[in-house]
Ligand binder design. Sequence first.
Ligand SMILES: [Zn+2]
Length: 279
Amino acid sequence: MGKVGFGVKTLYKTAFQSSECPYCGSRETTLVERKHMILQLRKCGQCMLSFRFPKDELSENNSFYQNAYRESTVTDLPATSELPGHIKNNFRNVGRDLTDHLQTIKAIAPSGKLLDYGSSWGYCVHQFRDAGYDAYGFEISRTRVEYGRKMLQVELSHSVETFADASFDVIYSAHCLEHIPNPAIPLVQFARLLKPGGHLFIYVPNCGGAEARKLGVRWGPMIGEKHVLALTAEFFHNNLPNYGFENLCFASSPYASAPQRYELSALEGEELLVVGVRS
Ligand SMILES: [Zn+2]
């Protein structure tokens, strides 16, 4: 959506929307900081979620990722002739080079059936498959799913409901949750899809880290049109146990040491990793 369209919609919603927490429903939310006058970063005093106000409805979030986001998707998707070069470079310039993440994940959960939740066109699924996992991807955009299936021959689905209960050993979700208006939606699915003892790996911008604290909403990844949540280790520490996750561990980039318990972790880097075990 253009800047003007987003601004008009934002002003309209500010006038009519309640500022209660999009996750736990508490009315006890406080204004942390404003961005560009019209956006607010708010924090819930009950569940500790920080979120953008005004909020997105789920329906408009879905249509955004099918339509508005699709325009850039089509131009972003590599041409057939470029693809072999990107595969060779671990998709460094068009997606995500998984080398760093794989090192951590392999050390904790070295094999099994893996789901990439929010997989885009499958550049990580492709790398997980090469690393020996039985890898699948869930992606809301049909355009990206079709591209990945055809061009990378990876297993992608645009409906998470197609995957059976307790069918995965590992769930990986990188830079996805901050786009979803209500974190309960992915967390319920993670709990449903993982086998007991299965591992969850969540990577998000670290909105509790040093840069985030120094710059506030001026830190790019914090909140905006696409990022509707500002996620922190504090939020996951408080809420993941409610979904049947235990032994929570945390780390932040550049991942010099293995993930540690919340109380022991420094977590000042720009990317946050949360690891949980399904009980
Ligand atoms: Zn809340």
